[in-house]
Design a protein around this ligand. Structure first.
Ligand code: C2O
Ligand code: CU
Ligand code: CU
Length: 524
């Protein structure tokens, strides 16, 4: 019976996936690695299981969720730690250069596959939807971690179902360290705190509610309740000293303007792809879905029992700028259950429970992040252009939607080259009325690599830009960049080591599921 409620809540979307998703799921695209490679010597090995489960999010009735469970096979047990009493998957900690094997088993009643967001790994390890496995099947991941120290994450990637599966609880952190980072002596242990920010909506029975109607799907899921590490009303006792807060926006489509309630500034030390060259002082940062920020926050100026909240500040609703989306959402389409994009929220509360004298001095230089070398780009004066827009009532990239292994000519790049891509939100030949009215923010993610942002325009909503512009950190390594309505961004990408078929897509998971995702091919 519970099972049924759950299906009803989640099926609302699944039903909208239509037949294409179903047909694609039935085709077999490749051989699935179901056996361990004998000569691959893993430094860390775990079993990872996606399954239905129950957790206590609120007192009283437990909540039915999807959850990544795990069993450590090889490695010290502090390398893979559960997030206690949460639906979140384990936090995997690994060193750059180490090898990991993950024996993934899918126990969901639906197909799934695990994607390692932000990692530089071969195509068959990347969790492309063509590799989905069914209930009871296994997929073995084996790869060496080549990424810089940073916080990456993993989540499902079955086509048309990523939104509901992540929403249901499937996500975990993958934290990479390296000697350079270790030498900085950043706050660690209990002073290094990963915070996964997500929004959810619950019914009176403590059960998750996903999308309520087709217009909500068009916009993307926006919940009314904030969860931090899977918990509502997240509170943390702190000492009067510096902490390292590692933030992931693990929400399906909500954007946060993250700040402290007392206005205190903080230092940004890293972005999606790891440490910045130098710390940057900010009063707020803007986080689109999938983006990460590595922060140093100093509570040393506070007194015993002082409290400060981590909040998301209000900003103008970017979905209503054109009129039509906002109007439809509030009016003719029946509205939505969640709070609007840009609504303010309390995220977490920190209370000083111990006064210590531990002054912390952040090194002036954190890492070496050379300025993007645009002269290496083979198409500097003729960037490859990708337009993210509404076309014929669906979300598209250059007018196309996702096809499992579809690659157009303008989506083929060469191994060992560097290119400039211009990512454009909205407009185009079909722009006109619909294009202009249906503009929404799109966080654009490219698989397989970390890129650099070399240019960003202000977009066509100046009020929105003014409200958010100081929250972007564009001088680090990134795998996701937020395009506000009308915004263009140029990014510099280098295709290295692994040829193959990889995804690029909007990380608004409902947009992704609707097909605002394409393959690009790295040709050797
Ligand atoms: Cu975080 Cu293609 O995904
Ligand atoms: Cu990814
Ligand atoms: Cu989008």
């Amino acid at each position: 019976m519970k099972r049924r409620e759950f299906i009803t809540n989640f099926a609302l979307t699944a039903g909208l996936v239509t037949t294409t998703g179903f047909l694609q799921a039935c085709e077999k695209y490749s051989e699935k690695p179901a056996v361990r490679t004998k000569n691959f010597k893993a430094d860390l090995e775990l079993d990872l299981i996606s399954k239905n489960d129950y957790v206590h999010v609120f007192p009283g009735k437990s909540t039915q969720v999807y959850r990544y469970d795990f069993k450590l096979i090889k490695g010290n047990k502090n390398r893979v730690v559960p997030v206690n009493d949460s639906y979140l998957g384990p936090i995997i900690r690994i060193k750059k250069g180490e090898k990991i094997r993950v024996n993934y088993k899918n126990l969901l009643d639906d197909e799934s596959i695990v994607h390692w967001h932000g990692l530089h790994i071969p195509e068959e390890m990347d969790g492309h939807p063509r590799y989905v496995i069914e209930n009871g099947e296994k997929y073995i991941y084996e790869f060496q971690v080549m990424n810089r120290a940073g916080m990456y994450w993993f989540h499902p990637h079955p086509h048309g179902k990523t939104g509901p599966q992540v929403y249901g609880g499937l996500a975990g952190l993958f934290i990479v360290s390296d000697p350079e980072e270790e030498a900085l002596n950043l706050p660690k242990g209990k002073y290094e705190v990963p915070l996964v920010i997500q929004d959810r909506t619950f019914n009176s029975d403590n059960q998750l509610i996903y999308l309520q109607n087709p217009m909500e799907r068009m916009i993307g899921f926006l919940g009314e309740q904030i969860l931090i590490n899977g918990k509502p009303n997240f509170k943390m006792p702190v000492e009067s000293r510096a902490y390292r807060l590692r933030l992931l926006n693990g929400s399906n489509s909500r954007i946060y303007k993250v700040a402290f309630s007392n206005g205190m500034p903080f230092k940004v030390i890293g972005t999606d792809g790891g440490l910045l060259e130098k710390p940057v002082t900010k009063n707020y940062v803007v986080m689109a879905p999938a983006e990460r920020f590595d922060l140093i926050v100093d509570f040393s100026g506070m007194e015993l029992n002082d409290k400060v909240e981590l909040v998301s500040l209000s900003f103008p609703d970017p979905n209503s700028g054109g009129g039509m989306m906002g109007g439809m959402r509030g009016g003719m389409m029946g509205g939505s259950s969640g709070k609007r994009q840009g609504a303010s929220f309390k995220l977490a509360e920190f209370k000083v429970t111990k006064i210590v004298n531990k002054p912390f001095k952040l090194p002036a230089k954190l890492s070496t992040v050379p300025a993007p070398n645009i002269s290496k780009a083979i198409n500097l004066n003729n960037p490859r252009r990708f337009r993210f827009a509404m076309s014929h009532m669906s979300w598209t990239i250059n007018g196309r939607t996702f096809g499992m292994t579809d690659v157009a000519n303008d989506e083929k790049v060469k191994l060992n080259t560097t290119e400039v891509w211009e990512l454009i939100n909205g407009g185009g030949s079909r722009g006109g009325m619909m294009g202009g009215m249906m503009q929404m923010p799109h966080p654009i993610h490219v698989h397989q690599l970390q890129y650099r942002i070399i240019e960003r325009s202000t977009g066509n909503n100046s009020e929105l830009w003014e409200s958010l512009k100081d929250g972007f950190v564009d001088n680090g390594w990134k795998d996701t960049v937020l395009l506000l309505p009308g915004m263009k961004a140029k990014i510099l990408l280098s295709f290295k080591d692994y040829p193959g078929l990889f995804l690029y897509h909007c990380h608004n998971l409902e947009h992704e599921d609707m097909g605002m995702m394409r393959d690009y091919l790295i040709q050797s």
